[in-house]
Design a protein around this ligand. Structure first.
Ligand code: ADP
Ligand code: MG
Length: 206
């Protein structure tokens, strides 16, 4: 079990997320077609190809690597979700600092900072039918534990139940909010990709 995360391990996480986004591109576009403009999968896939191509696993620290990922996401991932995912990685990278290895507790602190970055940017709260509804419970799963593998498994399940709960929600943020009541009954695309971020973490970080 990997308990101490390094830049190459976190680079593998980003690469795995890029792969999952690519595999799920059509599904993410279809979800966005129902309550948005059908581009969420394309936005993420196009941008993360650039991010993955620019990954430099020789960067000295996880914080440096993920901060750089955040900047590249902001510059290359389109739509509302691009700057929000970018804010997540910027907040995470900054909180990890310049230590060359990161333990599970520090990673948990970093994830909370990443989530705070998303909120600072998008002002979403729980129940608004956004990526926050998958991210927040997943980050919450990291509170008060040191076992990374077990925590990641709990986090994936929490993200997926948060994602599934968006189906019944009325959208209060982003493009889907224009639909009002008609947004109910559809799974949020950003909550779906946010859950993939934790699936990728569970694959790559343990
Ligand atoms: P756009 O709506 O500009 O086409 P995308 O389709 O790429 O952007 O992303 C849409 C997703 O962004 C939504 O499914 C939702 O999860 C997320 N989102 C939109 N606005 C916000 C917000 N203010 N806070 C958090 N997430 C948001
Ligand atoms: Mg869209």
């Amino acid at each position: 079990m990997t308990q101490h995360l390094t830049a190459p391990i976190l680079a593998a996480w980003i690469r795995e997320f890029g792969q999952l986004v690519s595999n799920h591109k059509d599904r993410l576009n279809a979800l966005d077609a129902a309550i948005g403009d059908a581009d969420h999968g394309t936005n993420l896939d196009r941008g993360f190809r650039v991010v993955v191509a620019g990954l430099d696993a020789t960067r000295s620290s996880p914080g440096d690597l993920l901060g750089h990922v955040g900047g590249t996401v902001i510059s290359n991932v389109g739509g509302a979700a691009g700057p929000l995912f970018g804010a997540f990685f910027l907040g995470l990278g900054e909180a990890l600092g310049d230590e060359t290895t990161v333990d599970a507790d520090r990673f948990a602190t970093g994830l909370r900072a990443g989530l705070a970055g998303v909120v600072a940017r998008g002002r979403a709260d729980s129940g608004d039918k956004t990526m926050y509804d998958a991210l927040a419970p997943a980050v919450e799963a990291f509170a008060g534990t040191g076992d990374l593998r077990g925590t990641l498994q709990v986090a994936v399940r929490a993200a997926e139940s948060g994602r599934d709960a968006t189906i019944g929600m009325l959208a209060r943020k982003g493009r889907a909010s224009y639909l009002g009541e008609r947004s109910v009954g559809h799974q949020d695309p950003g909550a779906t990709s946010a859950a993939l971020l934790f699936t990728a973490a569970a694959h790559a970080l343990t």
